[in-house]
Write a protein that binds this ligand. Structure first.
Ligand SMILES: [Zn+2]
Length: 182
């Protein structure tokens, strides 16, 4: 079961009553909101989810996920590979109004009709774990630090005029036209 696809819909109360653990992969290109946030993705997200009932009778999911995403370098805009992972604790609620009864340690997850859409849960957690900005190491970046210094003078971002992203793009195109799919 290690490399199986995760089911997209589950019955979480039953899984919690049986202390079940689900583990598997979800294709990243199925995650439309992730693609909107982070750009086109290939590959998969690994997730493991332990369903259970705690001492207070709360039905919960202890989850872990990891994925290798392709994110645009903030400096040169070329995609770079970035590992993300997340551990999370979800408390199941049958009604939004019950979210306030959960302790701060639990994120609420709404269970409707005793069903849960696992794909949505994993996509939400993956989006929450996205880094704000990513940069290549200087040696690997298409924009050298020399170019950067000449553009911003090393001044703080607020005081420097924003560089035109299209100027960066056309500089890149001139530099490597074989990579010109975009
Ligand atoms: Zn870069």
């Amino acid at each position: 079961m290690l490399t199986s696809q995760l089911p997209s819909r589950v019955e979480p109360y039953k899984l919690a009553a049986r202390n079940e653990r689900l583990e598997g992969h979800v294709a990243l290109d199925k995650m439309a909101r992730l693609v909107e946030e982070a750009g086109e993705q290939t590959g998969e997200c690994y997730a493991s989810l332990e369903f259970g009932i705690d001492a207070q009778g709360r039905r919960e999911i202890r989850g872990h996920l990891s994925a290798t995403l392709s994110l645009a370098c903030r400096r040169c805009l070329a995609p770079m590979s970035q590992d993300v992972s997340s551990d999370f604790l979800l408390g199941m609620i049958a009604d939004e109004a019950l979210a306030s009864e959960l302790p701060a340690s639990h994120e609420p997850v709404l269970v409707e009709g005793e069903q849960l859409d696992l794909l949505t849960v994993i996509e939400d957690e993956l989006i929450l774990s996205l880094p704000q900005v990513v940069y290549h190491d200087e040696a690997d970046c298409l924009v050298s630090s020399d170019q950067l210094v000449s553009r911003t003078d090393g001044a703080a971002e607020e005081s420097a005029p924003r560089s035109n992203p299209f100027a960066v793009l056309s500089a890149l195109k001139g530099k490597d036209s074989s990579d010109g799919k975009k």
